[in-house]
Design a protein around this ligand. Structure first.
Ligand code: CTP
Length: 434
């Protein structure tokens, strides 16, 4: 158990100077306004776990928006407020953001409904939260700086590595917490406590999760898939019978495990090599998770999860294209001659990067992996040196033919038949001007 002084020192030693100074300054602003101020939630949890987390969530006993406004004046930065919820964001010049909330008590008018809000004390504010490990707060006012508030056994549960709810209705009030429980459990290497697991299973069994809107479910799933290694969490979801909310046909089996493991290798390989061309691992994992679903089932999953249109298109129509590409590559394996670089490029280039990586995750054959890896390593970025202006200067009348010529030229370049500008010019003259 940490004493106030110890925690003040801990804050000083663990945090970058800028963050530490900022907390101090926030405390001063709160003093000036006569308000009690706390940093709460994930920031405190991760601080005590010695894990880096600079997402600062502040709670003010009283008007959080007035506090944020004063901070914006004091630090010459911007702030945005959300009157209805009594919340604000302080936005610093360089984009660094700090969330501010007014301590509040939430009344749930019916299970799974959005809460209505009223001002309350920090203790009530913390009581409405999901798990004990997220209910820790540290006072920031000058006289109390570093005082740890632990009303609900948060420190004990950090020590026990336990995910525990605060009361029996927690999952009923907010069924998205069943997904959060799994996410925190797997991320932190904790264990959902026995009574909490019992409540979780009860909430699932009694159909509370069904009442959550599709968008919120999808958001929770996305957050799980955004974790560095989501597979254990997916297994845990399955053990709680939570995969059926994606689609009732979704099942966990050896094939899925293998595809996920492969996707994880593919994602890590890709991220190591191509930092400057980012992919979306969560989307690749989502495609893997749903890879056993047919076309119609996938469309249905998108409808029930209210998947945003762009993503929905990618995982339905885009996925069909990806599967067709996969078929083509499988057939290539039976050809006598391996595919030319330009063939690989033409096949893969129209696909979004995440879909190519999905195809790579599905590949059972090393050759398919090698072709895709060759594409990323050597082909994806290849460009011709000539452009439309050059063609005009060569005296070719502008028109759709330009596209065809430049495509042909790029193929020649990809296959190593021309290198450099002079050879490109010679190539075009030879092929398209005679
Ligand atoms: N919270 C909750 N119920 C939810 C969502 C959030 O009680 N369904 C509470 C949690 O106590 C959490 C706080 O709101 O501490 C902020 O939520 P979020 O930013 O999602 O939590 P973090 O703990 O910061 O999670 P992460 O580390 O993933 O950012």
């Amino acid at each position: 158990w940490l004493k106030k002084k110890q925690l003040a020192r801990f804050l000083r030693e663990r945090l970058p100077k800028r963050i530490h100074d900022l907390l101090r300054d926030f405390g001063q602003v709160a003093d000036d306004l006569g308000l009690n101020l706390f940093v709460v939630g994930g920031f405190v949890r991760d601080l005590l776990l010695r894990q880096e987390n600079f997402d600062i969530d502040l709670v003010v006993e009283g008007d959080g928006i007035a506090f944020a406004r004063r901070c914006a004046e004091r630090f010459a930065c911007r702030f945005r407020s959300h009157e209805k919820f009594g919340t604000a964001v302080i936005i610093f010049e360089d984009g660094f953001k700090v969330d501010v909330a007014s301590a509040r008590m939430e009344y749930y008018s019916r299970p799974a409904a959005l809460p209505t809000v009223e001002y309350a004390s920090i203790k009530l504010d913390l009581f409405r939260r999901d798990f004990t490990i997220n209910t820790l707060a540290i006072a920031l006012n000058r006289g109390r700086y570093g005082e740890l508030l632990d009303f609900f056994g948060g420190q004990r549960d950090l020590k026990d590595k336990a995910i525990r709810v605060l009361h029996n209705l927690s999952f009923v009030e907010d069924p998205t917490r069943v997904f959060r429980a799994v996410r925190f459990e797997q991320r932190l290497g904790f264990r959902i406590g026995r009574p909490t697991e019992h409540l979780l299973r009860g909430a699932v069994r009694q159909g509370f999760v069904e009442r959550v809107g599709g968008s919120r479910l999808f958001r929770e799933l996305e957050l799980i898939l955004r974790e560095p290694d989501p597979w254990p969490a997916v297994e845990r979801l399955a053990s709680f019978d939570l995969l059926r909310f994606v689609h009732p046909q979704l099942k966990l089996d050896k094939t899925l495990a293998r595809v996920f493991a492969e996707a994880s290798r593919v994602v890590h390989w890709y991220q190591l090599l191509f930092l400057e061309r980012p992919c979306r691992p969560w989307l690749i994992y989502f495609l893997c998770l749903t890879s056993a679903l047919g076309r119609e089932a996938m469309a249905e999953a998108c409808r029930r999860l209210n998947v945003p249109p762009r993503i929905a298109r990618l995982v339905t129509e885009g996925r069909e294209e990806a599967l067709a590409v996969r078929q083509r590559m499988r057939r290539w394996r039976h050809r006598k001659k391996p595919p030319a670089a330009s063939e690989i490029y033409r096949l893969l280039h129209p696909l979004e990067r995440d879909l190519v990586l999905f195809v790579m995750s599905l590949a059972e054959d090393e050759r398919i992996k090698q072709w895709i890896s060759h594409y990323f390593n050597h082909l994806a970025q290849v460009k011709c040196e000539l452009d439309g202006d050059d063609l005009r200067q060569l005296g070719i009348p502008p028109g759709p033919v330009y596209r065809a010529i430049l495509d042909d030229l790029l193929n020649a370049r990809l296959d190593g038949r021309v290198t450099g500008r002079d050879e490109e010019l010679a190539y075009v003259r030879r092929r398209h001007l005679s």
